[in-house]
Design a protein. Sequence first.
Lengths: 179, 179, 72, 72, 247, 247, 349, 349
Amino acid sequence: MQNEVQFAGFGGQGIMLIGKILAHAAMEEGFEVSWVPSYGPEMRGGTAYCTVVISDQPIGSPVIKNPRHLVAMNRPSLEKFAPAVQKGGIIFINGSLISVNSGRDDVDELVVPVVEMAKELGNVKTANIIALAAFVARSGVVGIEALKGSIKEEFAQKQKLIPMNMQAVDAGIQAAKKD
Amino acid sequence: MQNEVQFAGFGGQGIMLIGKILAHAAMEEGFEVSWVPSYGPEMRGGTAYCTVVISDQPIGSPVIKNPRHLVAMNRPSLEKFAPAVQKGGIIFINGSLISVNSGRDDVDELVVPVVEMAKELGNVKTANIIALAAFVARSGVVGIEALKGSIKEEFAQKQKLIPMNMQAVDAGIQAAKKD
Amino acid sequence: MAYVYSIDIEYCKGCGLCVTVCPKKVLELESKVSSKGYFPAYRARPEDCIYCATCCRMCPDVAITIAEEKAA
Amino acid sequence: MAYVYSIDIEYCKGCGLCVTVCPKKVLELESKVSSKGYFPAYRARPEDCIYCATCCRMCPDVAITIAEEKAA
Amino acid sequence: MGKTFARPESMSLAVTHYCPGCTHGIIHRLVAEVIDELGICGRTVGIAPVGCAVLAYNYFTFDFQEAAHGRAPAMATGIKRVRPDLTVFTYQGDGDLASIGMGEIIHAANRGEKFTTIFVNNAVYGMTGGQMAPTTMPGQRTTTSPFGRNVDDVGMPIKVAELLAALQTPAYIVRQAVLKPKYIVKAKKAIKRAFQYQLDRKCFSLVEIISTCPTNWGVNPVEAITWAEEKMLPYYKLGEYKTPEDV
Amino acid sequence: MGKTFARPESMSLAVTHYCPGCTHGIIHRLVAEVIDELGICGRTVGIAPVGCAVLAYNYFTFDFQEAAHGRAPAMATGIKRVRPDLTVFTYQGDGDLASIGMGEIIHAANRGEKFTTIFVNNAVYGMTGGQMAPTTMPGQRTTTSPFGRNVDDVGMPIKVAELLAALQTPAYIVRQAVLKPKYIVKAKKAIKRAFQYQLDRKCFSLVEIISTCPTNWGVNPVEAITWAEEKMLPYYKLGEYKTPEDV
Amino acid sequence: MSKVLMKGNEAIGEAAIRSGCLNYFAYPITPQSEVAEYLARRMPEVGGVFLQGESEVAVSYMIFGAAAAGARVFTTSSSPGISLMSEGISYMAGAQCPAVFVNIMRGGPGLGGILPSQADYFQATKSLGHGDFRLLVMAPASVQEAVEMMMDAFPLAEKYRNPVMILGDGLIGQMMEPVEFPDSKKTEPLNNDAWATSGLDTRKSDTRNLVKSLFLDPEALNNNNLLLKSKYEQMKREEVRFEAYNTDSAYNVLIVSYGTMSRVCRTAIDSMKADGIEVGMIRPQTLFPFPEDQIRAAADVTHCSVVASIEMSMGQMIEDIERSVQGKKPVKWFGKCGGDVPTPEEVVA
Amino acid sequence: MSKVLMKGNEAIGEAAIRSGCLNYFAYPITPQSEVAEYLARRMPEVGGVFLQGESEVAVSYMIFGAAAAGARVFTTSSSPGISLMSEGISYMAGAQCPAVFVNIMRGGPGLGGILPSQADYFQATKSLGHGDFRLLVMAPASVQEAVEMMMDAFPLAEKYRNPVMILGDGLIGQMMEPVEFPDSKKTEPLNNDAWATSGLDTRKSDTRNLVKSLFLDPEALNNNNLLLKSKYEQMKREEVRFEAYNTDSAYNVLIVSYGTMSRVCRTAIDSMKADGIEVGMIRPQTLFPFPEDQIRAAADVTHCSVVASIEMSMGQMIEDIERSVQGKKPVKWFGKCGGDVPTPEEVVA
Ligand SMILES: Cc1ncc(C[n+]2csc(CCOP(=O)(O)OP(=O)(O)O)c2C)c(N)n1
Ligand SMILES: Cc1ncc(C[n+]2csc(CCOP(=O)(O)OP(=O)(O)O)c2C)c(N)n1
Ligand code: SF4
Ligand code: SF4
Ligand code: SF4
Ligand code: SF4
Ligand code: SF4
Ligand code: SF4
Ligand SMILES: [Mg+2]
Ligand SMILES: [Mg+2]
């Protein structure tokens, strides 16, 4: 079994970080993982993409043309990647910035207004964690406990931020249920 | 028919120049020629060698292990190259600086005290031309007229030196006859 | 003489440098993000503007222009 | 104190620099070429030598040495 | 008394790839204005560096070459020697000019090559993600000086204008800034003078420009201006370091 | 009062390959004397350049590396960073240091690398047959400036000591000569001081030495000395340009 | 040891430290600058040396100087930066100095692009500089393999007194994967008293050491070259590494591919197998020495009708494959060279 | 025109002028410094440009700048200097700029020696720098041929908008032989209005020109590489040059050799013929493109039992011969690599 998740948005939205957290959680669950960033001059242009591959077998190609799932944090990303998602996959849409949907009827679309939710939690910066949690809750690519563990490890140097992020995880899980 | 002449001595003796003059004369006579210098750090060490190949055919290897003739202007050069000279070749020895002979009995040895002769002519610097002329006269690898023409061309920018060098040629020819 | 002042939203990246240099405190940044992800500048108090072009000179993206109003 | 002055023919290249710096004009170059092709320096007037080592200091080839004479 | 203001003609209509508030854009505009004012767009060749300005050619309308990292002065030399009638300028960052390209700029300046260098000193390697530059300030944190530049270990920041002014060949060497409109006006004057010396076939000319890199300094554009004014200007003093008339 | 004089121990017994009257030999001897006097032969690593001194290692008795043309300062940096306990010096000609190796010497000096450079300025490329160097005098004929160095075309000779002294990092930078015994004495003092700064782990040190190349100047050794004194010394002024205490 | 999730570039830096190399000199260049950024923090922690050089040319000589003084040392760069090191690498090979050079390749020629590429194959395997010499070149296909090759690289460099190159594409540096640093691969530098310029006082031998590549005497230079040649022949005998995939099937096509590209091929092979098409693969792990015999043997079986060189370049490794196959089977090339890694779908096609 | 006796290096300089190239930038290095010394006098006479750059790195970019501005331009150097130009040459190939680079090879690796060598074969033919590109490489065997190849090099560089290399050994530069400068080879530079940065005012087109090798978009970079590849394929079709010697005999051995080495082989072949032994030779005049088909054909005849690569290197061209011969005949190497040119006697042995 292999899962591929494409994360996409613009710089500053914490795209690379949530990809890494997911990869880390999957690794802790014993899976093989690869986290592949896009890098380069886009940095300056403002886009940020990464792909996470999770598998119970050694991973062949880390370069994925048709990912199973997509987490789209802004509109250009949704437009760019939605058509490539595999049938039956999940497309997560950041409802706060994206007013359209994927136009696909063969996927599971999950729209969450993460920016507003993050603001409610008191820190706009947790929007990415809400998105990740919602996606994980819906897809089950990793368990919630592994996800939380991975987030805690990521913020190990900034203990203060952990409770807030745990709240964000819970908010994400709730949102995934609601939609 | 191919003739190869090895010229050897130390820096400042005008070795490269007489090799070039010979090559030029041969070219003017319609031969194929190659003039191959040794170059490199020996320069600083003080040795100077060059090889002239003269042929009526396109010249194959310009690198000669066993030259037909040798013009040795100092003792180390004689010792280094004499054993390699082809049987029946000419070994010219600068008698002013070399008190021994080649130790070969299968070659034509020609010893000329060119430095003293040049002093007599009033210019020590013509010793090399005397040596060349003597060698040419003895070997006949090129004609004397061609040799003279080539020397004149070499000194075209320094006309004043030409008469002196013509005298040197004559002196060389005489010496070749004498020895 | 009348002037036409404009900030081109295609160029403005919301850096805020124009805001800080305007001698008349005319400029502010939008509070809503543009589709490019920026909060562009705008003249919050155009009536105070003296068309000194200080903001233009400072703008790294040549987003601000001031033209003479053409007689209609 | 007595000194032993020597110019090593193996090292001397006949550059003449020692000749020019000797305050007592002690040194000259040989008129005969060595087997290496040089005209080495020698003390033409050793009696004038004050063993100041100026020549040694100038010699680029460390050809000149001055030692104290050993009691026999 | 109002003023009009429009995009210079030598500047293209492209939106730059520079980060918000990055002063590269201001410097580009000044160069374009000067080229317009001198009317030399049709005989100018620009040389883009390797650095954030690697795509500079997209923002101008005249001929351009793209150099390798640090080698723009050698390229400019090549052009000027075979085409002295062209106006040539290099546009270089501090990593480009003062680190890998130190040999090339010194020798071009010393030969008195008749081109102009616009030298953008933002105290960091912008393009590659904020590594330490030869111009990074003492104590400044960068990705390769994570504990701050330690001058005991890697020396003091290089003052390029002063260094080049120490050469004997006549040249026009000046340092300006683009941190505020008052500096920008002076910077433009310096750029114009630099090009004028070239047009007069007089000498090599270089304008060092104190600049910002909000992204890699980890501050917002407005804070970046303040930091540059407070930290950089006292060390990198503005002014003319050499004019060809000096000698 | 007489003096004794003997070959220094750090110097090998080999006959050098240098031309008669070439001052490289004098400088070699001074370095060896200083190393003997400081008693550091066993922990010294020399770096030979590419130039006439390429075989310098044959004339010393301690460890040596051979650099590529111009890169000795980078090699020295490599050694000193991994083995700060070693004493390291580079021995470089003017083509090597001031032309191809300009970037390396400036950056090593600016980082304050704790090694010593012996810089032999003979105003020409000796090894390769007398081409123009950055230090060639105005009007001086060389094989690549056959009509004399034209400063309008290729600029003024580079004054390396002055240029390096313009950097901000503390250093010991001095210029001496070996044209006569009186200069030689001072040159040796400078070399010793340079090594001492290194032993004290204080700073980078460089001794520029005005030297001769009779062969490529086309004069005899004695004339070469006169030419250097008359033509070079007025331009390349002897003296200390910087000491670490200055700053 | 448990696994950690690390970016290839950082894992490469850590692997060097774990294998006992505490000296690093480098110049930033995408896509490998993270090695320097990682080591700028890490080296002070372990008492090692970190220095950002002023250029790649200078860095190559810092490496040379440090290696010649007897230190374990390495650098990392990417394509244009490696070109600038070519003179220095040639000097090191000529002077027989060990060190490790990592090239995280990007698109070329020229400034090219910064995305993954394998277009420096020729440079790495044939001629990183002038003169007759070779590098031992290893090509990792995963972050874990990059770590292991790094840790092996130092003792290999010392065994042969020759530079070793790790040749990865941009993805190897940029990708994060779980890694382990095997303690068993930690090694001690070989005793180098016999040749390193470590200062007479600090070693047992009392003859001075000289590190150089100049041999003015033609005989001596020829001998040095023969000595180098004999080392490369020894590498060919002792250091060939490769991995075979699906070669126990009755494959009709034999793929030769390395690095990230070979992983794409593996996925393609799996998917073709699912469709009933058998394709075998030899993945060279050392590019020099090249697994010539193994490829020839694998091509020479009757069920194999064609050999395919699949590279992120315009066809470089194909020349070594052609040499290896000796005309026994046709050799075809498939590749891309702009920074996009060809997808398994494209490989299949 | 009558013949003049000239040193190879001087003849190379003069040939450039005679073929219409009046721009030269270089840095001195043995054994080719005489080119610069000659042109330092000659260029002012013909109103050309002579500049001694501060280093080979800088020179390569002076060449790049001048070529990109539309000028005919060339440089000369020797092995280590060529290594330093490798980044620049890669940039020029990527940006499609024509120019001529002459490498008068000396012994390597490293500082090596200054005597003749052919050890930069790989570098010249496979990878003078990073990325996928090739130089058109011509290898003269006499001073006259050096002159002719120089004169052909400029139009070829312009035809392909690609750097061309003349690869000679130290002897080609140092030797004096009679030469003629054929007027027929004088050419005019191709019109380059379409791409050269010559200033908008001075050309007909009114779109600005941009010379660059950066293609951030992977598709664009791939396309640039495909374009380059197509040029190299065209060279393979149109530019192969070689000379066959004694191949009408029933040779048992086929020698492949180039440059000065091939002349030594010719003498050896003659002397063996005198002894009744027939040996044939193919002398590649272009090393890239390599006369693959011709060598294969010559090896494939029944009377030929072995192919010998005779090089002044430790075995580089042999790899191209092996590829060409495709296993049809065994390929052996003979060479020397210290600066001594092997003598005919050694070749025979
Ligand atoms: C030979 C080479 N080395 C390194 C690089 C990577 N590189 C690209 S830009 C850059 C630094 C640019 O910094 P700077 O010149 O200060 O320009 P800025 O981005 O700050 O404007 C580096 C190191 C390269 N492209 N080529
Ligand atoms: C990369 C490279 N370029 C050029 C050369 C050729 N070369 C050898 S020595 C030298 C110049 C030496 O001049 P300088 O440094 O002044 O030393 P000198 O011989 O005068 O003492 C040159 C250009 C080389 N060996 N390597
Ligand atoms: S023109 Fe002057 S007053 Fe008006 S907004 Fe700009 S800076 Fe302010
Ligand atoms: S300075 Fe320009 S880009 Fe910045 S906010 Fe103002 S208008 Fe926008
Ligand atoms: S200075 Fe030395 S080498 Fe020169 S002549 Fe005197 S002793 Fe001989
Ligand atoms: S020791 Fe003094 S006096 Fe004696 S020869 Fe030497 S310089 Fe002259
Ligand atoms: S990284 Fe820095 S220099 Fe580069 S565009 Fe952004 S702000 Fe400007
Ligand atoms: S060429 Fe000049 S520098 Fe070299 S050894 Fe001779 S005199 Fe000395
Ligand atoms: Mg910068
Ligand atoms: Mg010199």
